[in-house]
Design a protein around this ligand. Sequence first.
Ligand code: PHB
Length: 398
Amino acid sequence: MPTRTDVAIVGAGPAGLLLAHLLQREGIGVVVLEAKSREYLETSPHRIRAGVMEWGTREILVQAGLGEGLLQNGYEHQGIYLAHAGELHRIDFPSLAEGWRIWVYGQQYQVRDMIARFLEEGGEILFEHEVVGLADLTTAPKVRYRTPEGQEGELEAMFVVGADGSHSRARSFVPGLLLKQTTYPFAWLGILAETAPAAEELIYASHERGFALFSMRSPNLARNYLQVSPEENPDDWPEERIWEELNLRLGGVARVEPGPLLEKSLTPHRAFVAEPMQYGRFFLVGDAAHVVPPTGAKGMNLAVADAVALFQALWAFYKKGEEEGLRRYTQTCLDHVWQGEFFSYWMTHLLHAQPDPFQEGLRRAHLAQVLSSEALKRFLAENYTGRRTTGRWVRSLA
Ligand code: PHB
């Protein structure tokens, strides 16, 4: 059992694993603690997350040496469709966002790839180790954990990173963090099914019955979502009802053929930002620090941007003795974090049917503006692809 390391990272998700890999590559000591088992992370259907990478995220992962799987098994998309009133409107990314586009590869697959790579390189991940306390975060941090056998242990570290997702256990031990949060009156009922996707690119469908999204993991794995109320019971949605509703909301612009369901789940929308994202020698990254509703597909992309930002600050500390980057970490991240929150909010409200008739009237006016305005399409493309926001982290990595 390791008892001392440079950087202890709580959570083996995209942010924690990317940071761990980047640090290890530079010879900085790192130990990752993960409450769940490797098998759970890699195969549980409850772990299914979004599948859209901004071009910058793809570039960062490739440059970091973590791109083998995504390059082999992912897909480039040069646009998305907005469906409304029986018509398909294409948002062409390269022409609107100076060549930027997106890459479709499931987050769960990327996590599996990063675990394999990190372990191959001699990295240490303590699976099924639950963090039960953090101490002395402003002086000499300690991570207290419980092993799968129920024994307690302690890891001393120079720095501790909370990368353990939206329900972060690590965050709960840190005093003085303010959660700025909001709720959205929406949830998504999501399915993964063995059938062809509705189209070759994603369709975001606005319909008076509610929003629907048609995404994919491969040419024969469709990932679709329906806007429902957060109080909805997924049991009230047998398979036939889901397929019928998906096709209704497509409004005739395409069709999805029913296929065997591999997963079905309800995700209520929520959003928060924890400020500051640090305390003494403790730092938050990814969903532990901020959550966005899924409409803009920003979650993993913001997590990757945080991980790169923190890596650069830690690198400057270990290689040059500079502390300024660490001191400014929150300030550095809050820029892309709030841009991500804003865009997710914007796209969510643009596309989700509102129960309130006045709000719904405003929404339709908003959508009519977007569908007829080159400037607003450019705004959408620049944010969806990340060119305007997280994009700067690619350039800084070179
Ligand atoms: C997905 O493929 O799961 C997905 C795609 C785009 C989103 C959200 C989820 O905005």
